[in-house]
Design a protein. Sequence first.
Length: 240
Amino acid sequence: MGGNGEGILDLDLGQIRRKPRRLWLKFLRVLLKIGFFALRVVLVLALPFVVLVRGSVYSYQEMGLHTWTALGSGVAATILLFLIYASWLWKRMTGKRKVPRLAGRVLMLAVGGYAAYALLFLSAANVKTPELRDYYTSLHPLLRLGSSTFLLFDREAVITDMQRTPEDYLKMGLPVNETSLHFKREDKYVHAMDLRTVGRPKWRNHITNGYFRLMGFRTLRHVGTADHLHVSLPLPESGP
């Protein structure tokens, strides 16, 4: 009898020891599922912005399309992506794949409206001085599109410089660089801007740099007159 009792006791102790492990594994599986779900949601939400900005920049730099044609191709690709989203969602809800025409028109207006907003509007909170806002429309449209999309998610980012003149370089005590993308180029647009890095956490500066590089822009961290991140859209003939 005593022997049997000891065996049952050992079995119970073994089960007790295994229970915390099983609970921990279940918790880990649930945590991973939540993490993967959140990652999918982020990717689904971020993809339209990537297609819009990166697609436009790629069309401009690699395919050699005109500025507005490249922008139009990015807008069209984004609308198509949203239609794919809508088709999937509509089928899940109704069992039908064909999306109503009204939904397509709404998507076109939404994407076109966002592009127009990005090209024309710049908040005073995102520029170093109020005067900089006057130069915003001189910035290349694709650079405006990329910066506005970034500012949509980083409200504390600040643009410190855009268009320059030779006199500006002399005032800063720097040699005049005629090839600077801060000057208006042949297409009548400025192809560079500077973003503030001072007073911002390193991780934010890294994310900022990574975002613009991902979208196809060129970035350079330098100290010129003050530490900042130089972001530019190279001319097609000069390479990305």
